[in-house]
Ligand binder design. Sequence first.
Ligand code: GUN
Ligand code: FE
Length: 514
Amino acid sequence: MKSAVRGAMITFRADPFIVPDEESLTHLSDALIVIENGKIVAVGDAAELLPSLPPGTDITHYRDALIVPGFIDCHAHYAQTPMIAAFGEQLLDWLNLYTFNTEQAFGDPAVASEVAAIFLDEQLRHGVTTSAVFGTVHPESVEALFDQARRRNVRMLAGKVCMDRNAPASLLDSAQRAYDESEALIGRWHGVGRLEYAITPRFAPTSSPQQLEALGALAARYPDMPIQTHLAENRDEMAWVARLFPDARDYTDVYARHGLVRPRAIFGHGIHLTEPELDRLAENGASLAHCPTSNFFLGSGCFDVRRTRQRSLPVLTGLATDVGAGTSFSMLTTMNEAYKAAQFNGHALSAVQAFYLATRGGARALGVEDKVGSIAAGMDADLAVLDMAATPLIRYRMTRVRTIGEAMFVLMMLGDDRAVRDTWVAGCRWMPSGGLAGAFGDQHRAGAAQSILQGQAFGIDQCRQKRQQAPGERCQGHQRPMAGALPCAKVGEHGNDDEQYQRDDVADGRFLPG
Ligand code: GUN
Ligand code: FE
C-alpha cells in the first residue's frame, strides 16, 4: 500500500565541499515523496506525481515546513544521558568524575532499558533517525539499546564499549571478554532489521595493546562491520596516548597497527590530527565524526571541517552530538555550533554544507549512504519535517529570507527541537508517546494518549500505512515483527490528508591522569 508525504523538501545530489552549493542541493518547493513498504519509491514535483497515485492514497501535506532527510548522528553515548550537562571539567577529569560513575549502572537491564528509551525518544523528537551509539562495557547495555531501537525501527549502529585498563574495576573487561562478548552480541543483533553491530573500543588509553589486537582480530573476521572509537580529542589525552604507546608513530597509528583504520571505522573528534594522520585516514577509507557541542563544552578544541574535507585526500566526515559530552540532541543546534567552529577556523560553513554533514555526509561517513541520508527512490523513508514557523522569531525571520539557503541557515541558527514538527521512520510517522513528556507525566496529544491507553509503549505504532489495513494486520512498512508494534485499530483517527500536525512542547575514584 502506497502513502505519500507532500511539501517543500531538500536533498543532496553531490558533495557541497567539492562542488558549489547550487550543484549539490536539490530543492523542490512542492514535492511529493511516495512511500511503500518503508521505502521511498518516487520523488518529484507534486503536480507531476499526484496523478500517478492510486485513488485514495494517504497523503500527509506539510505547509510552512521543509522536509529533509532524517538526521544522522554519527557519534553518541546513550548511557551518558543521565549526566549530560555535568559541570566544570575537561575530558579526562570529566570521564573520571562523572562518566565512569554513571556508566557503572548499565549492567542492570532495567536501568539500561529506561535510559535507552529516553535517549531514543529524544533522538526521534529531534528528527534523528540513524545514529552510531556507544553502549557501556556491559553487554546488557547493548541488549537494551538494540531492543529499544528495534521497537522504534530506527537505523542504528551500536556496540559494547571495550576497556580493560585505566577505569574502575567494575567497568573493565579483558582482551578475551571484549572479543567474546562483542561476538555474542554480533550473533544476536548484527543485521537484525535496521541494526548493525559496531566494534567499539572506548579509546586507546582504556585498551591494552592486547585488547586492541583482539578487537583487530574480530574486525578482520567481519570486514564490513563498522568500528567506532575516539581519536585526538584532547591535548592531555594525546600526551597520555604517546606515553602509553611509545612505539606508535602517532595516535592514528595506535589503531591502524591493529587493523582498526579501514572503511566504516568512524573516529569521534579528531580535532588535533596531523596531516599524515588525515592522509592515513583518507587512504584507508576511515571517517571522522565532528562533535562541535562536545568540543566546545569540554574545551577540547575547534575541529576544522574544511581541513578534513577540502584537501587532496578528503576524509569522510559526519556530524555528531556526542551526548553526553555534547550538550544537545539537536542536529540543528549541532550545525549551529559547527558553523561557529568553522568561523574560529577562518571560514564560513554554508547551510548547504552543514545540512549535508547532518544527512548525506553522515550517511557516507557511516557507510549507509545507499540506505539513508537522501530523499530518493530506493532509500529508507526516514524524514525530518522542519517547521519554518516554529517560534515567533523564526516565523518573523523567514519573512525576510530570499533563498532556500538563507532559510536553511535561519533554521540551523535559530532552530532546535521546537523546529522539528514531525519525524518519519521507515515510512511511519513517529509520535512521542513514550518520550520524555511521557516519562515526566506531561500532557500528551490525543493520539499519543490513545496509544498509552491501548498499552502501546511507542509512537511508531501510529504508522499511517496501517490505516489502510484491517484491524489486526501488521503494518506493511515493518519488515519484521516489532515488539512495540500493535495493530492500529483506530482507522482514521490519526489525522487526515491536509492535517497540520501540532507538536508537543513538551565520583569517586580517579583512574586517568588529571
Ligand atoms: N573519550 C573516551 N571516552 C569518551 C567519552 O565518553 N566521551 C568523549 N567525549 N570522549 C571520550
Ligand atoms: Fe564520544
